[in-house]
Design a protein around this ligand. Structure first.
Ligand SMILES: Nc1nc2c(c(=O)[nH]1)N[C@H]1C(S)=C(S)[C@@H](COP(=O)(O)OP(=O)(O)OC[C@H]3O[C@@H](n4cnc5c(=O)[nH]c(N)nc54)[C@H](O)[C@@H]3O)O[C@H]1N2
Ligand SMILES: Nc1nc2c(c(=O)[nH]1)N[C@H]1C(S)=C(S)[C@@H](COP(=O)(O)OP(=O)(O)OC[C@H]3O[C@@H](n4cnc5c(=O)[nH]c(N)nc54)[C@H](O)[C@@H]3O)O[C@H]1N2
Ligand SMILES: [Mo]
Length: 756
């Protein structure tokens, strides 16, 4: 692997703008797809076209303007790339050779072209026919002494149709082992919010941004991870709406942004200031901030100001007294110490919130990836409930989801803890008895592999071994399996850390056409704001040997379940027939799916709290208490720093587009540690020094990552940041949220060690 040294160049221009336009052109050039890629970009997020394979932010396609961003263009260019991984490639490189390559190198080799099977005798992947591949999967699965010995992973790029069929196949096979990427992402939203408001999804739609009077962005880096979100944010700022950004890193796009679609701003090199208030929170300090704001609300209300929405609270909620008692018990000293911000700023935030008649709170991984992430999400809901910020225009909670269809996959059945009523429905529609016991989430799946209980891993998309915590242990766990299957567009580390038998099954990508015996088919996705839309690829598949994800799922099922009650053959060709079954299983939201999806903009799935209907056991929204001010276990070590593992501007999760991170000023390397200069000098370290990080954990496992370069960066004190997935070896498997299983990837307790 090449030795990299980072170059650091302060980025003090606004985010977006010409830098984004230039980066779009560059990535199309690098992947040699300027004409093909530019043509495809014109169809991205347009009615009749395909949905962006990058993030899950909704689009406003009816505006007729181009609806893509720099990072959507990168995702597309890497999917539409002219480079190919062929049988010759695998003949040239043994697996041992490939595994020594970087994630970036693997990604840059291009699209997978035909099914491959691992050959232990030569340590090479060799071509295998599709029929033989499915037969091998069927043989392994049928040989298991229990269906619970298989793990069926899903990544959130998989469309509804494939995910739904996969959930049927796996349940007919007999398990609820559905680890998925959501388990490491917005699971605290999915598991935490239902106790608060009755549903584990956001309540905001795009139009609400036009009516909001204040917007809070907590722990989310919109300019990089949901760049299309910058458009409504810029528009809100132009209307004078206050935006409060809460982040331990002063992310560039949260400060100033040039809207690449604003011709005047582009021409005049203008930009819009994004945050009116930047809260430089300590990692994990958000709970204290939220409680501080609630304390101000209670104080001012008690003093006679009409701050709380008493009518709403009386009619729609329960639990106010307990929340009030908990919040009032927190002292200002404790709050400011835990948040790392002063009381004056917390009061200012509360004041912005109080002045606004309609507030949206958006949040991302900075909120969810903590040991009490689910309960932290509930505190966000508490703050909104206090002023009735649900069920009115311009208000609500807005988790900014990750993968483009991660929310949809859960809606259509990728759920390791399915509700009994849904299982009954499945039984009635399909005529088999689905398993009732809960299955494994991602962390439990790794634990089952480590314990030798799991024998087979099938990954419908994604890069499991690189995405999960504790890389070293996770790799060892994968290598113990009898069979690993990677269903993918691109070669990744997950295919190289494999079981005794292993398959790589290449798929038709989002931007590509799916032709079946019944003609061209389209798939559907559900975005972060519960809009369901059609996605129709426009490009030719990267190779003639690719299959659609739907066909792969059906043929795995046919090879595994000879006596199946499901008409798999039919679904291979007819995606409306799949949608009809989705409608039958979820009539309340998906009634008439095949017809309604024909509307150019698709349709919106009902979110009851938008109507002030709360599907909780009591029929009310609940104020919930999370005692204290900490969202992670205390660590008794004065040298301890909290490490957040974050994404650069040039990656999509485990896919590394380049070694640069433009907005943070990093060029040529990802092995960096962002640190406050005062924290650095306190430890007697030089800027630019080479250091190692060690996890502080008392579980008997030493975790260390070496070769990081220290970058002086305006981090909040005690907080450091570095890149995911390189730093995943530091994250202990056991360090996760108990409610949801979500790894606490934003708050790893570490110490910095100088290296010579
Ligand atoms: N281009 C691109 N787009 C993506 C992705 C990608 O990798 N690349 N990934 C997709 C996926 S799957 C997801 S889940 C989303 C992720 O999108 P984000 O949620 O933005 O993800 P991260 O970069 O992990 O981190 C978010 C922010 O949390 C901040 N943070 C860290 N700790 C704390 C804390 O304790 N409190 C607060 N308030 N903030 C904190 C970090 O500084 C960072 O700015 O993006 C999706 N979109
Ligand atoms: N330390 C740390 N760990 C984290 C996180 C963090 O912030 N910090 N974030 C977590 C989060 S939020 C997430 S969502 C997970 C992400 O975990 P995953 O979803 O497992 O990872 P990705 O990198 O998105 O998966 C990329 C692979 O998906 C395949 N792929 C791409 N497009 C398609 C397609 O259309 N179909 C199919 N079948 N395959 C496709 C390609 O082969 C590519 O290599 O990682 C989690 N891990
Ligand atoms: Mo995610």
């Amino acid at each position: 692997m090449a030795e990299h040294r980072p170059r650091y160049k302060r980025y003090d221009r606004p985010a977006g703008g010409w830098g984004a336009a230039a980066a779009t052109a560059k990535v199309l050039l690098e992947q040699s797809v300027v004409t093909k890629g530019s043509r495809a970009l014109l169809s991205m997020n347009q009615p009749g076209g395909f949905k962006c394979p990058s993030c899950a932010f909704p689009d406003a396609a009816c505006t007729k303007k181009l609806e893509f961003c720099e990072n959507g263009a990168k995702a597309l260019a890497h999917e539409a790339t002219k480079f190919r991984v062929t049988r010759d490639f695998f003949a040239q490189h043994s697996v041992t050779e490939l595994i020594a390559q970087s994630d970036h190198w693997l990604e840059m080799q291009g699209r997978l072209t035909e099914p491959m099977r691992y050959d232990a005798a030569t340590d090479h992947y060799v071509p295998v026919g599709w029929d033989d591949a499915f037969a091998l999967i069927g043989r392994h699965l049928r040989a298991l002494d229990s269906p619970h010995r298989a793990e069926f992973y899903t990544s959130g790029r998989t469309p509804n149709e494939a995910a739904f069929l996969y959930s049927i196949f796996v349940r007919e096979f007999g398990t609820n082992n559905f680890p998925d990427c959501s388990n490491m992402c917005h699971e605290p939203t999915s598991r935490g919010l239902p106790s608060s408001i009755g549903i584990g999804k956001g309540t905001v739609i795009l139009e609400d941004f036009d009516h909001a009077e204040a917007i809070f962005l907590i722990g989310h880096n919109a300019g990089t991870n949901a760049p299309r979100m910058m458009t409504p944010l810029v528009e809100a700022r132009k209307r004078g709406v206050p935006i409060v950004a809460v982040n331990p890193m002063p992310e560039r796009a949260l400060i100033r942004f040039t809207e690449p679609q604003d011709i005047v701003q582009m021409a005049t090199f203008g930009s819009t200031e994004i945050s009116s208030e930047f809260v430089h929170i300590k990692i994990g300090g958000d709970l204290a901030l939220l409680k501080g704001m609630m304390k101000v609300l209670f104080e001012r209300d008690a003093a006679g100001e009409a701050v709380l929405d008493h009518d709403f609270i009386a009619e729609h909620t329960e639990g106010l007294a307990a929340l009030c008692a908990d919040v009032e018990a927190q002292s200002w000293d404790a709050i400011t110490a835990a948040a790392g911000v002063d009381a004056a700023q917390i009061r200012r935030c509360a004041d912005i919130y109080i002045r606004s008649n309609a507030t949206i709170i958006c949040y991302g991984m900075g909120v969810t990836q903590h040991q009490r992430g689910s309960e932290l999400v509930q505190q966000v809901a508490n703050l909104l409930l206090l002023r009735g910020n649900f069920g009115k225009p311009g208000a609500g909670i807005s988790p900014i989801r990750g993968h483009s269809n991660v929310q949809g996959d859960r809606t259509v059945g990728i759920d390791e803890r399915p509700a009994p009523a849904y299982l009954d429905r499945l039984r009635d529609v399909f005529g088999f008895d689905p398993p009732r016991e809960h299955g494994h989430h991602s962390v439990e799946a790794v634990e089952a592999m480590l314990a030798g209980e799991a024998r087979v891993f099938i990954g419908l998309g994604g890069n499991f071994v690189r995405a999960v915590p504790d890389t070293t242990r996770a790799c060892a766990a994968m290598q113990r399996l009898d069979l690993t299957v990677g269903i993918a567009t691109k070669l990744n580390r997950g295919h190289l850390v494999h079981g005794k038998d292993a398959l790589i099954l290449p798929v038709i990508a989002r931007s590509e056409r799916i032709e079946t015996a019944r003609g061209e088919q389209f798939v559907t996705i559900e975005d972060s704001m519960s809009n369901v839309t059609a996605s129709r690829g426009v490009l030719d598949p990267a190779s003639e040997h690719l299959l659609s994800e739907v066909e792969i799922v059906c043929r795995m099922a046919m090879a595994t379940l000879p006596g199946s009650k499901v008409d798999w053959r039919r679904y291979i060709d007819d995606y409306d027939a799949i949608r009809d079954k989705i409608a039958a299983v979820y009539p309340a939201i998906y009634e008439g799916f095949s017809q309604r999806i024909r509307a150019p903009m698709g349709f919106h799935l009902d979110i009851p709290p938008r109507r002030r209907v709360w599907p909780t056991p009591t029929g009310k929204a609940n104020f919930l208490v999370l005692p204290g001010l900490a969202v992670n276990a205390a660590v008794d070590d004065p040298a301890m720093l909290r490490l957040a593992t974050v994404r650069s501007h040039d990656q999509f999760n485990t896919t590394i587009y380049s070694y640069n991170d433009r907005y943070r000023g990093i060029y040529g390397d990802r092995m960096v540690l962002f640190m406050n200069a005062d924290d650095r000098t306190d430890r007697g370290l030089e800027a630019g020094a080479r250091v190692a990080l060690e996890t502080i954990a008392d579980d008997g496992t030493a975790r260390r990552v070496e070769g990081l370069t220290l970058i002086d960066y305006p981090m909040s004190r005690g907080s450091v940041a570095g890149y995911y997935p390189e730093l995943n070896p530091l994250l202990p498997l056991a360090f996760h949220d108990r409610v949801s299983g979500c790894p606490a990837a934003k708050a790893i307790p570490v110490r910095v060690v100088a290296m010579s």
